[in-house]
Design a protein around this ligand. Structure first.
Ligand code: ADP
Ligand code: MG
Length: 271
């Protein structure tokens, strides 16, 4: 059976596409699926950095397209998981160095050998987007609960609706801060869902652990204590069809709240 080709896209830059690609890819590989990640963000590659593979890149996507190497030679094996590998983005300034037809040829070949082909898309709605979605039948739209990101996600959803090959798309809301939602400084999950009217596949909290994990070149799914890591593992489980409830990302704060109440109860008791 052919593998699934999923594009991770957003419209706005900096909302967490690459973080999402690295973590979903690692989580799926951890649970035994074979995965290849493709970085299509020409000139701005960083998927390799997030996976700690930057020193292992010999060939990139453009080398495959321009036949300077075989497809197999451009596959860089992950250090942590033998089920995972990646193809790095070309480091040229020419954003049109890989076109839609060329990428589709590559994903068509890869899906014969891998359970999942995950394509990390560049920001914007231009040619880079059209190239990234070319071989995909599924999309994950990443947004943050900010007006500008949601507006761009809305645009992207319109384009995905119109794209011939895309059969389904789901929403991943990243960098969620329950404290800010409570104080009305951030849109709520429901608001974002209603505006985009798109089924969600993940809610990822803002987590400083993601910065540390990026610096270490180790996706946060390897950190069992991190809430964002758990949230990404749940996304991977939903991708394979499991019915996983959404994490209560408010939980730690609730616990602190309960603890404070308990303490204030104790002090009152003394009075
Ligand atoms: P994109 O690929 O959409 O441009 P990235 O995945 O590169 O976005 O993320 C942009 C920045 O946001 C990075 O510095 C990343 O570490 C940070 N980031 C992403 N998601 C989170 C999160 N849930 N919590 C904290 N920082 C995050
Ligand atoms: Mg990126």
């Amino acid at each position: 059976m052919a593998g699934r080709v999923i594009v991770i896209t957003s419209g706005k830059g900096g909302v967490g596409k690459t973080t999402t690609s690295a973590n979903i890819g690692s989580a799926l590989a951890k649970s035994g699926h074979s995965v290849v990640l493709i970085d299509t963000d020409t000139g701005l590659r960083n998927l390799d950095l997030l996976l700690g593979l930057e020193n292992r890149i010999v060939y990139t996507l453009v080398d495959v397209v321009e036949e300077r190497c075989k497809l197999k030679q451009a596959l860089v094996k992950d250090k942590k998981n033998p089920n995972l590998c990646m193809i790095a983005a070309a480091q040229t300034r020419d954003k049109s160095s890989v076109n839609a037809e060329q990428l589709k040829k590559i994903t068509d070949k890869l899906k014969k050998d891998y359970d999942f082909v995950i394509v990390d898309c560049p920001a914007g709605i231009e040619q880079g987007f059209q190239t990234a979605i070319a071989g995909a039948t599924e999309a994950i739209v990443v947004t943050t609960p900010e007006v500008s990101a949601v507006r761009d996600a809305d645009r992207i959803i319109g384009l995905l609706e119109a794209a011939e090959g895309i059969e389904s798309y789901k929403l991943l809301i990243n960098r969620v801060r329950p404290d800010m939602i409570k104080s009305d400084d951030m849109m709520s999950i429901e608001d974002v869902e209603n505006i985009l009217s798109c089924q969600k596949i993940g809610i990822i909290p803002e987590d400083t652990g993601i910065i540390t994990s990026t610096n270490k070149g180790e996706p946060i799914v390897y950190n069992e204590k991190a809430l964002a890591g758990k949230a990404y593992i749940n996304v991977a489980r939903r991708i394979v069809g499991e019915d996983v409830p959404f994490l209560d990302i408010d939980e730690p704060k609730n616990l602190i709240g309960k603890f404070k109440k308990f303490l204030s109860g104790l002090t009152r008791g003394k009075e």
